[in-house]
Design a protein around this ligand. Structure first.
Ligand code: COA
Length: 277
């Protein structure tokens, strides 16, 4: 996997964290078809990379992402007719979907502007941390469309009904602090401390059993749409399926607590290194 100077996606791996960034700062990291195609390639290459345990998605410059590129994603693809429109939609949705079901835990590190189509990858990440200074908005109404590409769904999933309606119908922005209060992101911290906080959370995740993490994040997404009975059943099957990938992990988890008394599961994770990871 290599990166060119003109790449619209930047990435580097440091301490088992893959830092992936929208890299069109001069265009406020809005998502063009080129960016969408490139992002899918990059995240696919990183997904099963041995040196990656957590993926962080952030933006270069003052924006996280100013949403879809009004020129290249909307105007230019519309000029190519329905075929062009559907193709560019599929390219965008493809990498958001890949992130929603990504093998590794994912964190959105929202450093600045986050608009419209940006809510797709925001929701696709398992966790989200924002700068207090960041601004979030469903700006679609301001230029005359509905919040598509999943943005309405994301608002309805993450916000209360009244907040989702107000946010979508007015197109007003909210800052990172309000986004955290509303549940759009987990937390907001001053921009100067954002990377340190995200690193801390990523390092916490790196200490957990990776098979259990993947099963857990899928479970939280899946059970949202299930009845209690279906969820109970799904979780039994999902744990049994996880055991076939990693039958030793939970045994270590039990033994390090019950026999060795070397940790308390209520207060932290068992020592993965003693399991030979
Ligand atoms: N699509 C296409 N181009 C965009 C863009 C978008 N979504 N967002 C920013 N740009 C371009 C601007 O056209 C400008 O290009 P130029 O330098 O060739 O003139 C460049 O990025 C910088 O944008 P600018 O508006 O000057 O930056 P700013 O820092 O003053 O404002 C925003 C930042 C994000 C508030 C503003 O760019 C904006 O409102 N963008 C659109 C947000 C939006 O509605 N997105 C659509 C969601 S579906």
């Amino acid at each position: 996997m290599s990166q060119t100077a003109a790449d619209v996606v930047s990435f580097r791996i440091e301490g088992r964290i893959a830092w992936v960034a929208f890299n069109r700062p001069e265009k406020r990291n809005c998502m063009s078809p080129t960016l969408n195609r490139r992002m899918l390639e990059v995240i696919e290459d990183l997904e099963f990379h041995d040196e990656v345990g957590v993926l962080v998605l952030t933006g270069e410059g003052s924006a996280w992402s100013a949403g879809m590129d009004l020129k290249e994603y909307f105007r230019e693809t519309e000029a190519r007719g329905l075929e062009g429109v559907r193709k560019s939609q599929r390219e965008a949705y493809a990498w958001w979907k890949r992130l929603r079901w990504y093998q590794k835990p994912t964190i959105a590190m929202v450093n600045g502007w986050c608009f419209g189509g940006g809510y797709g990858p925001l929701f696709a990440c398992d966790l989200a941390f924002a700068a207090e200074e960041a601004q979030f908005g469903l700006s679609e109404i301001n230029w005359g469309i509905l919040p598509g590409g999943g943005a309405s769904k994301v608002a309805a999933e993450l916000l209360s009904f009244r907040r989702a309606m107000y946010h979508a119908m007015t197109g007003e922005t909210v800052d990172g602090r309000t986004a955290a209060e509303w549940g759009l992101v987990n937390e907001a911290v001053p921009l100067s401390g954002l990377k340190a906080r995200v690193t801390e959370v990523a390092e916490l995740l790196l200490k957990k059993n990776p098979v259990a993490l993947k099963a857990t994040k899928d479970a939280i997404r899946r059970v949202r749409e299930m009845t209690y009975e279906n969820a109970e059943d799904y979780l039994i099957r999902a744990q049994e399926a996880a055991n076939s990938f990693d039958n030793e992990g939970r045994k270590h988890g039990i033994s390090q607590f019950i026999d060795d008394k070397s940790y308390k599961p209520g207060l932290g994770a068992y020592d993965l290194s003693r399991q030979g990871r």
